[in-house]
Design a protein around this ligand. Sequence first.
Ligand code: 5GP
Ligand code: MG
Ligand code: MG
Length: 181
Amino acid sequence: MPTRPYVIDQMISPKQIAARVEVLARQITEHFADTEKLVVVGLLRGSFVFIADLVREIHLPVEVDFLEASSYGDAMTSSREVRILKDLRGEIAGRDVLVVEDIVDTGFTLSHVVRLLRSREPKRLEVCALLDKPSRREVGIRATWTGFEIPDEFVVGYGIDYAQRNRNLPFIGKVRFLEEA
Ligand code: 5GP
Ligand code: MG
Ligand code: MG
């Protein structure tokens, strides 16, 4: 998709992210300390970098699975309509589940996914979101653990894209559009 010219201003540094991931992982490890096995469910594609860092700091027996839901396409606003493009490979009935999401914005995606996964009757289900934009919320849902609360800015990096680019940036930055000449 063609986009207007833009630059990316760093908002959260790799160091800040790493420090926060360590704290989140410690809280998750404590919360699920008695688990037989924790199924960590990454929501593709935006959570792939976050989940990779997070699971390496979770000191529990872990299984990693992925689910792909789409609401956005390549646009910058939610379509409010959530579709499951790729379902889990494994069963979660009776299991401990941690859903890992990149950003909670309007809340439509997360509430849809949580409702779907709860219908499969996991033993416990919690959510860890890297970023939260509370000012944008339209559906009453919160992650159990949140990395950073951010203002209403369009962000990229650390797994998060704009039109499928910038996922490989090691920091989280905001997109700033340039005036066209
Ligand atoms: P929601 O359904 O909560 O409105 O949107 C959730 C999804 O929209 C996020 O998981 C993320 O994929 C996408 N999204 C929300 N805000 C941003 C943003 O600032 N940048 C990017 N790249 N995606 C976003
Ligand atoms: Mg997402
Ligand atoms: Mg996207």
